[in-house]
Design a binder for this molecule. Structure first.
Ligand SMILES: CC(=O)SCCNC(=O)CCNC(=O)[C@H](O)C(C)(C)COP(=O)(O)OP(=O)(O)OC[C@H]1O[C@@H](n2cnc3c(N)ncnc32)[C@H](O)[C@@H]1OP(=O)(O)O
Ligand SMILES: O=C([O-])CC(=O)C(=O)O
Length: 430
């Protein structure tokens, strides 16, 4: 960072701010802002956007130092304890908790839209049988622009709201259909007498020849996980949704792009990677070896489910999920050695200087897979589970942006290539 300052006036408050100018590349003094932008004015070099706020938002507050998360002002702990996923969805979308009449109407609307067009199942049938469900999800959600609201006008608030509700309603249906495609089972229609989480479990696991009763413990555990994943301000997938949305693209395209971003193991794909890692470690006696590997700069391995761009403290959701792991396993009458392994890994990492100095703590993805596994959900479906919960955050953020004057998202770069040179004909090249 240089010690030069940039003076800016905040257009809202009129306050003048002195901001540090970030240099080009650390250790490269020639990579200087003024040299790179002689006439365009200033922009900061901020790889990974660690110090850039791309928008203003009323939706989610995070204090990463203290480990605080609030949706619309409500602490995540209270929502986890007392609310339901659809109530939280209403809160995120509309800004306040609903009255019982408002909640009933919202639940009715979501339930009304749970079916997918029959040709969506044909589309899913075209995927290879072992396609990753995230590939199916991103493809199918993008295709919905062709199935629903042919004349969707993103400038019409009623059109936007309908698209948002459709996505929240259909995401579990498509996710369960992706799983059934892998299993080779016929598609299952949403059973609308069930609630959101129950309906998903029913679509996942019911097979025609057998009666399937949804376990209420499983449904409540899933509902809790959906609440905890519902929004997390400008994370990579949500920022992607906003960026695509800033071009005026239709919301199905925006959310499909968000799903693609979520899939990566540095983001939502970490929940799948955590379970694979725990299985690979296999035994408590090998935890130290893997912690050592994660610290080795010559080894690309990282402790999956550890670290966070914003939390420099325990992720409050990880704390809730760790407790829920114990409760759910006990209520289902199960034990899982992977939970002991995960807790040992947490303990050893949190006592290690490497993790302490870098403030690396378990994140939301660290313990969630143990609950999904206890519910019978296969590892490849873990990231779709995250996507189901996060859909409301994506659409709430997209709606907020669409309802507010905004510019197209367009970061700048620092050009590091050749200076101007003349074209040389192919025969004259040395
Ligand atoms: C829902 C979510 O998206 S939550 C995040 C899910 N992702 C994961 O769990 C994957 C593992 N974690 C990570 O890769 C990172 O911690 C991220 C992607 C979450 C955050 O990345 P950033 O904020 O960019 O941190 P960055 O990559 O700069 O890491 C900072 C330092 O901690 C180290 N570090 C970060 N995470 C880990 C980890 N899980 N294991 C080992 N070292 C780590 C880095 O090597 C770096 O060390 P250095 O300063 O010596 O070079
Ligand atoms: O906020 C982030 O960077 C990652 C994320 O989505 C989450 O933690 O839920």
């Amino acid at each position: 960072m240089t010690d030069r300052k940039l003076t800016l006036t905040d257009p809202d408050s009129g306050k003048t701010l002195d901001l540090p100018i970030l240099a080009g590349t650390e250790g490269d003094p020639t990579m200087d802002i003024t040299r790179l932008n002689p006439e365009l004015g200033y922009f900061t070099y901020d790889p990974g956007y660690g110090t850039t706020a791309s928008c203003k938002s009323d939706i989610t507050f995070i204090d990463g130092t203290e480990g605080i998360l609030r949706y619309r002002g409500y602490p995540i702990e209270q929502l986890a304890e007392r609310s339901s996923f659809l109530e939280v969805s209403y809160l995120l979308l509309y800004g306040d908790l609903p009255s019982s009449t408002e909640l009933a109407a919202f639940e009715r609307d979501i339930t009304y839209h749970t079916m997918v067009h029959e040709q969506v199942n044909t589309f899913i049938g075209g995927f290879h049988y072992d396609a990753h469900p995230m590939a199916i999800l991103s493809g199918v959600i993008a295709s919905m622009a062709g199935f629903y609201q042919a004349n969707l006008d993103v400038n019409d608030p009623a059109h936007r709201e309908l698209a948002a509700k459709r996505m929240i309603a259909k995401m579990p249906t498509v996710s369960a259909a992706a799983y059934r495609h892998y299993m080779g089972w016929p598609s299952a229609y949403p059973r609308n007498s069930l609630n959101y989480a129950e309906r998903f479990l029913h679509m996942m696991f019911s097979v025609p020849a057998e009666a399937y009763e949804v376990n209420p413990v499983a449904a409540r555990a899933l509902d809790l996980l959906f609440i905890l994943h519902a929004d997390h301000e400008q994370n990579a997938s949500t920022s992607t949704v906003r960026l695509v949305g800033s071009t005026g693209a239709n919301p199905y395209a925006c959310v499909a792009a968000g799903i693609a971003a979520l899939w990566g193991p540095a983001h939502g794909g970490a929940n799948e990677a955590v379970l694979n890692m725990l299985n690979e470690i296999g035994d408590v006696s090998r935890v130290g070896e893997y912690v050592k590997k994660a610290k080795d700069k010559n080894d690309p391995f990282r402790l999956m489910g550890f670290g966070h761009r914003v939390y420099k403290n325990f992720d409050p959701r990880a704390r809730i999920i760790r407790k829920a792991c114990h409760d759910v396993l006990a209520d289902l009458g199960q034990t899982d050695p992977l939970l002991d392994l995960a807790m040992e890994l947490e303990k050893i990492a949190l006592e290690d200087d490497y993790f302490v100095e870098r403030k690396l703590y378990p994140n939301v993805d660290f313990y969630s897979g143990i609950i999904y596994k206890a519910l019978g959900i296969p590892t490849s479906m873990f990231t779709p589970m995250f996507a189901i919960g996060r859909t409301v955050g994506w659409v709430a953020q997209w709606l907020e942006q669409a309802a507010t004057p905004h510019r197209i998202g367009r970061p700048r770069q620092i050009y590091t290539g050749h200076s101007a040179r003349d074209y040389v004909g192919i025969d004259e090249r040395g």
